[in-house]
Design a protein around this ligand. Structure first.
Ligand code: MET
Length: 394
């Protein structure tokens, strides 16, 4: 295994193991469900944890292992665990860390399915949940109870890009012996590495920037070996949200260009955000690369770039906002982000439709809010498509 001090090199070489006698450059896809034992004793020893070696691909697979090793290098953690989806990673983490009677502190703003898991599923299993503003350290401290075990957040937050100060959350967690978990999907390790700020577990929907080509649904959790091994051997093994070897191979392939893609996403998003901010039909643009965004102050320290996602409010009715989205010709009407194609979606009726109307209001998601995940096209083409569609509401 080889590791550089430069993340651009590590996206290509970091964590790569030598693969067998033929010396392939590209990681082989171990497309197998099970692994053959030489004899009964060897199988028994592997099950007992007394011998190294694979057993069954729900418990571990060499292609998936390599992706995990690569992600641990990129996020600067000891270990990583791969999952069949981002929500597979979220649920394995919280069910692996919490039991009935425990308390979770989380954000009042979260991705829709994470919110649904925390708001509906966890309480059904006897886990208490408090939704607070994680950008407000006083509010987080005030929410701590004797049974608080985990603080979970996203930064920037989906869909309005609110930025949480990682140093502050990590410090609170460390002071009180509470495990901190951060969803780093919107940034990727190229722009932000939460573990270097003291966050315990770093989570990704690998569906997004890590894979980057819109053809995989996957998740990753990075952190200390003790926590990752615990989650692998409890909730991942027993609930079974594992990543397939083929999907792991596709994500490994995606990682090799991650630094180039993320750089271009950021450049394009900056151009598009400035264009939208100057357009008469736009009420407000939420993008941490704009100086009036509260997260802008953490650019260059916590975040090495503002990312490719923004949200904006239109100065119009809901019907006009819908007409605008329907009028786009190149930008695709689709949820997800981090793909080569620019994707646009309506959070209130799509990614965040799990929120009740009053919960949407509390989370700052209006019916005229639109989320744009800027792609890798020429920025002038993205602007031109938005421009011709914005004419419908002027
Ligand atoms: N998490 C993805 C997004 O925010 C997919 C969402 S809806 C099933 O776009």
């Amino acid at each position: 295994m080889w590791e550089s001090k430069n993340i651009e090199t590590n996206t290509i070489h970091g964590g790569k193991k030598s693969q067998g006698e033929h010396g392939p450059l590209s990681t082989p896809i171990y497309q197998t469900s099970t692994f053959v034992f030489d004899d009964v004793q060897q199988g028994a020893d592997r099950f007992a944890g007394d011998a190294q070696g694979h057993i069954y691909s729900r418990l571990g697979n060499p292609t998936v292992d390599e992706l995990e090793a690569r992600m641990a290098v990129l996020e600067e953690t000891e270990a990583a665990a791969a999952f069949g989806s981002g929500m597979g990673a979220v649920s394995a983490a919280v069910f692996g860390l919490l039991k009935a009677g425990d308390h979770l502190i989380t954000s009042h703003r979260l991705y829709g399915c994470t919110f649904a898991l925390f708001n509906h599923q966890l309480p059904a299993f006897g886990i208490e949940v408090s939704f607070v503003d994680l950008a407000d350290a006083q509010a987080v401290r005030a929410a701590i109870k004797p049974n608080t075990k985990v603080i979970y957040g996203e930064t920037p937050i989906n869909p309005c890009l609110t930025v949480i100060d990682l140093d502050s959350i990590a410090a609170i967690g460390q002071e009180h012996g509470i495990i901190t978990v951060i969803d780093n999907t919107f940034m990727s390790p190229i722009l932000q590495r939460p573990a270097t700020h003291g966050i315990d577990l770093v989570l990704h929907s690998a569906t997004k920037y890590l894979n980057g080509h819109g053809d995989v649904v996957a998740g990753i959790l990075c952190g200390p070996s003790a926590l990752i091994d615990h989650i692998k051997m409890t909730t991942r093994k027993d609930m079974g949200a594992v990543m397939s070897p083929h999907d792991a191979w596709l994500v490994i392939r995606g990682l090799k260009t991650l630094h180039l893609r993320v750089q271009r996403h950021c450049e394009n998003a900056q151009v598009v955000a400035e264009y939208l901010q100057g357009h008469g039909a736009i009420e407000k643009v939420y993008y941490p690369g704009l100086p009036d965004h509260p997260g802008y102050r953490l650019l260059g320290t916590q975040m090495q770039g503002a990312g490719g996602v923004m949200a904006f409010e239109l100065k119009c009715s809901f019907e006009q906002a819908v007409a605008f989205i329907n009028q786009l010709k190149m930008c695709k009407r689709a949820v997800s982000l981090g793909d080569a194609e620019t994707l646009i979606q309506h959070p209130a009726s799509m990614t965040h439709s799990t929120y009740a109307p009053e919960e949407l209001a509390e989370a700052g998601i209006s019916r005229t809010l639109i989320r744009l995940a800027v792609g890798l096209e020429n920025a002038e083409d993205i602007k031109a498509d938005l421009d011709q569609a914005l004419v419908t509401i002027l």
